[in-house]
Structures are given as C-alpha cells and as structure tokens.
Design a binder for this molecule. Structure first.
Ligand SMILES: [Zn+2]
Ligand SMILES: [Zn+2]
Length: 191
C-alpha cells in the first residue's frame, strides 16, 4: 500500500523517512521539519505531535530560530548604518551650505556658483537639491543675473510651492527687471 505525505501529497516510499501524528497521519521528515517551524500540531487533524517526536526536531528548530534572529539583527544593523549615513550626509551638506553662505557674504559669487555646480539639481523632489537650486538663484540675483535667477527660482517654486525664500528672491529679481506685477505675485507667496 502506498502512503502519501499529508504536507506535500507525494508518496512516501520505503526509503523515505517519515513521521506520523497520534492519529497516524504520515509526513516526510523533511516536510514535517518545515511544518514544525510554524506549528507543533498535525496539519491535517490538529492533534499535537508527541513530545518524543518534537524532541527529535528540537535542534533543527532552535537552529532555524537562531538564524532568523541573526537575519533580523543584520537587518537592524543595516538600517542603523543607513540612518547614520543619512545623518552624516546631512551634516556634510549643512557644512557645505555654511561655506557657500560665507562665500556669498564675501561676494565670491563665481566661486560659490562653481562649488554649487558640483552638486546635482536634477531631482527636485529632493530637498537638498531644492536648496542647491535656491542658492544658485539667490547668487545669480546677487550678481545681477536676474534672468538666470528668475529661471532657477521659478523652477524651484514650481516644484516646491512652500519655499518662502525662493519666492522672496524671485520677487526681488522681477523687481530688479521692473516687472512689478510679477514681483507682487511672488511677494504675495512669501508667507
Ligand atoms: Zn512530504
Ligand atoms: Zn493527524
């Protein structure tokens, strides 16, 4: 008579090792191993497996649990590292912004711009790249390149409406070109 594993539904041949529940439901050893990671009751009749049987799989289950914990631990470590990198890159960026502000206060506009050019502003959903674009616009305003400033600041506020400094410098650039209506429009959006 052929018996079938209640877990994988394949036959249990003479050479396959198998175990039965108290009601005699057979399962391949390997199938049962995996099942016992989830439950210690027979998948068919829900009868608990005997302690004697569970004991035979104790080491395997413990090993798997340890592996799971180790994976979890690694995931936590990776997440921690990722967060640290994020904080570090933010700190580096703040330092960078500080150095740009110093260059601006010393009216080293070309140098400040050349440093900003090293940073991308292609992905404007990113707040760092928004700040880069703002600084470019601000510097262009300060060095009298109002057309460029308007171009950049308009692109910025189109992406991020809530950017008061962006609207403020956009207004100033419009004003400098005598575009008073547009300046008024921009200033109204500062607050
Ligand atoms: Zn099986
Ligand atoms: Zn059973």
């Amino acid at each position: 008579m052929v018996t079938y594993c209640i877990i994988c539904h394949l036959s249990i041949k003479g050479i396959d090792s198998s175990y039965v529940c108290p009601n005699g439901h057979p399962a391949h050893t390997d199938c049962l191993k995996e099942w016992l990671l989830h439950s210690s009751n027979c998948p068919l009749c829900r009868e608990p497996y005997s302690n004697g049987l569970l004991d035979k799989f104790k080491d395997f289950i413990k090993l798997r649990e340890d592996e799971k914990l180790a994976t979890l631990d690694n995931e936590l470590k990776i997440e921690e590292l990722r967060k640290m990198e994020e904080v570090t890159s933010k700190m580096i960026f703040l330092k960078f912004i500080e150095s740009i502000d110093i260059l601006i206060s010393e009216q080293e506009y070309d140098y400040a711009l050349s440093r900003l050019e090293l940073h991308e502003d292609a992905n404007l959903s990113n707040s760092i790249e928004q700040d880069i674009l703002f600084l470019k616009g601000k510097i262009n305003y300060l060095r009298g390149r109002y057309d460029l400033a308007i171009n950049q600041l308009f692109k910025l506020v189109k992406e991020k409406y809530n950017y008061p400094d962006g609207f403020s410098y956009l207004g100033k650039a419009y004003e400098a070109l005598g575009l008073d209506d547009k300046a008024k429009w921009a200033y109204e959006r500062v607050n």
